[in-house]
Design a protein around this ligand. Structure first.
Ligand code: ADP
Ligand code: MG
Length: 226
């Protein structure tokens, strides 16, 4: 009985999200259609429009990708013995262009931590979302520190700290809500995806933030006990 209820709960969240996704991708699709109609009529190749079409398509793509992660978190992923230090380095390379463009300094401080048991693909997604949020939160010349620490005896902690805009307490309360974003181009699904994935890894994600001062996200994960 309990199981049944849990299953139907899950379904309704997924169904609710699907309705949200349909709603969210309508705007970029309408925009793309409008641009294409303009091309058709004017027969004029305009590079700026092309960039906009590409941006809107990327938005559709990320909404769908994030939705799929939420609806089916174990889709295409396997849990392995995973070393986090090289993973953080990999993700730092992925955000390099974005951080250089904004002149944001990203430092990585790490202790020698044992491996965890997890999905590289999913945890990469978590780190990418969190570091991107940090980059988006800071001003030019912002600073971000990523730390990899031994936590309790059999846990590790990944911290991502920024000196950006911070989050007010009433906004923090809304962060679990799908599609809640304060950004013009935000999907408002990134943090939900992170919560979901960390939960799947038997971990805990907490947000410490002060408006105007910055934010620190802590991700605590159990170490591998193979
Ligand atoms: P998105 O980034 O698409 O807006 P997220 O789910 O990643 O969606 O984040 C939701 C909201 O949480 C953001 O719009 C922003 O207001 C807030 N937020 C997340 N991370 C940070 C951060 N490091 N600093 C300030 N605000 C943040
Ligand atoms: Mg985000």
């Amino acid at each position: 009985m309990d199981d049944l209820i849990r299953k139907s709960d899950k379904l309704s969240v997924v169904a609710q999200l699907a309705a949200g996704v349909a709603h969210e991708i309508r705007n970029p699709l309408t925009a793309i259609k409008g641009f294409l109609q303009l091309f058709q009529r004017e027969k004029e190749f305009n590079e700026q429009f092309l960039d906009l079409v590409m941006e809107e398509l990327e938005r559709v793509e990320s909404i769908i990708y994030e939705y799929l992660t939420l609806a089916k978190p174990n889709h295409e992923s396997t849990f392995d013995n995973l070393h986090l230090q090289p993973l953080v380095n990999k993700v730092m390379t992925l955000v390099e262009t974005q951080s250089i463009m904004k002149n944001v300094q990203i430092d990585f401080e790490y202790e020698n931590v044992p491996p965890i048991c997890g999905s590289e693909k999913q945890l990469k997604q978590v780190l990418l979302n969190l570091i991107k949020n940090a980059i988006e939160a800071v001003d030019v010349n912002g600073e971000i520190v990523i730390r990899l620490l031994n936590h309790a005896e059999d846990q590790i902690c990944i911290q991502i700290e920024d000196n950006g805009c911070g989050i007010s307490s009433e906004r923090i309360a809304r962060l679990g809500e799908p599609f809640y974003s304060t950004k013009e181009k935000g999907t408002g699904l990134g943090l939900m995806v992170c919560y979901k994935i960390i939960e799947h890894h038997q971990g805990i994600l907490t947000i410490h933030s002060e408006e105007g001062a910055g934010t620190r996200i802590d991700v605590i994960l159990p170490v591998y006990e193979g």
